[in-house]
Design a protein around this ligand. Structure first.
Ligand code: SF4
Length: 384
């Protein structure tokens, strides 16, 4: 990654640089390489953004840093808290004015932070509000990490402070498809899980994908996080409608990719997310088809009551239908918890806050061109 820039360019955001890149930058500013460790500590342990207060750094180095670099943060343009369960949702604004949602879901004295990876999304899943928003751009690694740093600021959750909230889990399940912004997501996760920094356990990081098949096995090779698949249908006929990505990577290819992933990460149980949609995907026949589909995979299911948004074309399954569906999965030996609907009163399903502020239109499916990220890997195995 080029970390030295011409004088007239915009400042370099130190957030989003891997440790090795920080060393390159540090030496390019005529400081000793070990100063990069000190910088890293200020950024990720202390949450400091003002170079002048990084008192163990030489004054000349601090001056150069303040002339050429920033420690970036998104601005919070709106905060909503669910009265029902204290789920927090923030609309985070970046310097170019673009915004994404970040959601914090507390449980006892810990909590899960749901991060966005793109502004809008190309995949247009029909049950998803973000899917109505045309992709504007990918988030940079700095912008993905910045969501966590900003929430740490909000809760004063830095290692030297008396933290009242604990960010124990990170899920890439907010706006956008993480595997279509692969390189930036991987860089961000490597920073978040770095043992000398925020040190989020890789076992407590989950990447969720709608099924970008060529990237799934690669993810398994690169980082030891959890994999979550947005499944949501038992047949190609239904999934083609709910999730247009299925036309490119149908269920057989998706299951093959999951098996390939488990061959790399054989201890890792895959989670299949399944939104319960009344009369669409919630029959007993659907449940039995799911059992046949995942035969041989080490996996579990999360059954999610549909968090209905204004104008949504679907309704949530009845409690009876959800219970019968779960029972068939459980009787077949799979864990299948029915998730509590969190943050319903603040529309915590992805994209719903941002959409209230979004000025563009979603665009038709044919306008939503998307490509698999260009990374150096042999992906031909799963491409249809
Ligand atoms: S569910 Fe995920 S992949 Fe599908 S449209 Fe929404 S943000 Fe995109």
């Amino acid at each position: 990654m080029p970390v030295v820039r011409a004088q007239e360019e915009s400042p370099i955001d130190l957030v989003g640089l891997l440790p090795a890149d920080l060393v390159v930058l540090t030496t390019s500013l005529d400081a000793e390489p070990f100063r990069a460790n000190q910088l890293w500590h200020w950024i990720y342990h202390r949450g400091v953004t003002d170079f002048s207060t990084m008192t163990n750094l030489p004054e000349t180095f601090r001056k150069k840093l303040s002339e050429r670099c920033v420690v970036g943060r998104p601005q919070i343009s709106q905060t909503i808290t669910a009265a029902s369960d204290f789920t927090h949702k923030w609309l985070m604004r970046f310097p170019d004015g673009k915004e994404v949602e970040t959601v914090y879901i507390p449980k006892d004295n810990r909590g899960t932070l749901c991060l966005s990876s793109q502004i809008g999304c190309t995949l247009a899943c029909r049950f998803c509000y973000t899917g109505t928003q045309k992709l504007t751009r990918n988030l940079s690694a700095a912008e993905i990490v910045g969501q966590v740093l900003k929430v740490n600021d909000v809760y004063n959750c830095w290692k030297h402070s008396c933290c009242k909230k604990i960010l124990s889990n990170v899920v890439m399940m907010g706006m956008g498809e993480p595997l279509l912004n692969y390189n930036n997501v991987i860089t961000a996760l490597k920073i978040l899980t770095n043992i000398k920094g925020l040190a989020v356990s890789q076992r407590r990081v989950t990447v969720s994908t709608a099924g970008v098949v060529p990237m799934i096995q690669l993810l398994g090779k690169e980082i030891s996080c959890n994999l979550s698949i947005s499944l949501h249908a038992a047949t190609d006929a239904v999934r083609d409608v709910l999730m247009p990505i299925n036309k490119r990577y149908p269920l057989a290819a998706l299951m093959a990719a999951c098996r390939g992933y488990q061959a790399v990460r054989n201890a890792h149980r895959i989670t299949f997310e399944y939104i319960m949609l009344r009369g669409i995907n919630d029959s007993e026949a659907d449940a039995r088809a799911i059992v046949r589909l995942v035969n041989g995979l080490h996996c579990k299911f999360n059954l999610i009551p549909f968090n209905q948004w204004p104008g949504a074309p679907y309704a949530c399954s009845t409690a009876d239908a959800t219970y019968r569906f779960a029972t068939i999965l459980r009787d077949s030996g799979y864990a299948a918890p029915i998730r509590a609907a969190r943050g319903r009163d603040i529309h915590a399903a992805c994209g719903q806050l941002c959409s209230a502020f979004f000025s563009g239109s979603g665009g038709s499916e044919s306008e939503r061109e998307w490509t698999v990220p260009n990374v150096p890997v042999s992906t031909g195995l799963y491409i249809q």
